[in-house]
Design a protein around this ligand. Structure first.
Ligand SMILES: [Zn+2]
Length: 134
């Protein structure tokens, strides 16, 4: 979590603060987050203060937020794919299994010989090189 340069596509520090602040402000008493908030009783209000620009961050404060956010993802069994809001994190759980396999459609949109795009779904031969459509 602390190796920021290894995760270029991860959640930005600003977003982490905002997400953690959201939890602390709105979900502190939720069953799902109660234990998390109790455990992170410094990281969460700290994130809120940073998000609200009450205080500016320091190296130590940044570490606190990074760690707290890491624990959040760990608790939810999520990888940091670059979140922007709490809704996104809570929704990511449900969306994970929704990948449809429709990408396995026949490759008949392009000519197997020259790679040119066919002009319509019904052509029998490539308009570019004349090869029979596969
Ligand atoms: Zn062709």
């Amino acid at each position: 979590m602390l190796f920021k340069n290894k995760k270029p596509a991860g959640t930005s520090f600003e977003a982490k603060c905002s997400i953690l602040a959201d939890i602390w402000l709105n979900h502190r008493t939720d069953d799902d987050f109660e234990a998390f908030c109790e455990y992170n009783d410094i990281g969460l209000p700290l994130a809120y203060m940073l998000d609200s620009e009450i205080v500016a961050t320091t190296e130590t404060a940044t570490k606190f937020v990074e760690e707290t956010f890491g624990l959040l993802l760990e608790g939810l069994d999520l990888k940091d794919t670059g979140f922007e809001s709490l809704e996104e994190i809570l929704g990511a759980d449900a969306e994970e299994d929704d990948f449809d396999d429709s990408s396995a459609t026949p490759s008949s949109k392009f000519c197997g010989n020259c790679g040119a795009a066919h002009e319509s779904e019904t052509v029998k031969f490539c308009a570019s090189c004349g090869a029979a459509r596969i």
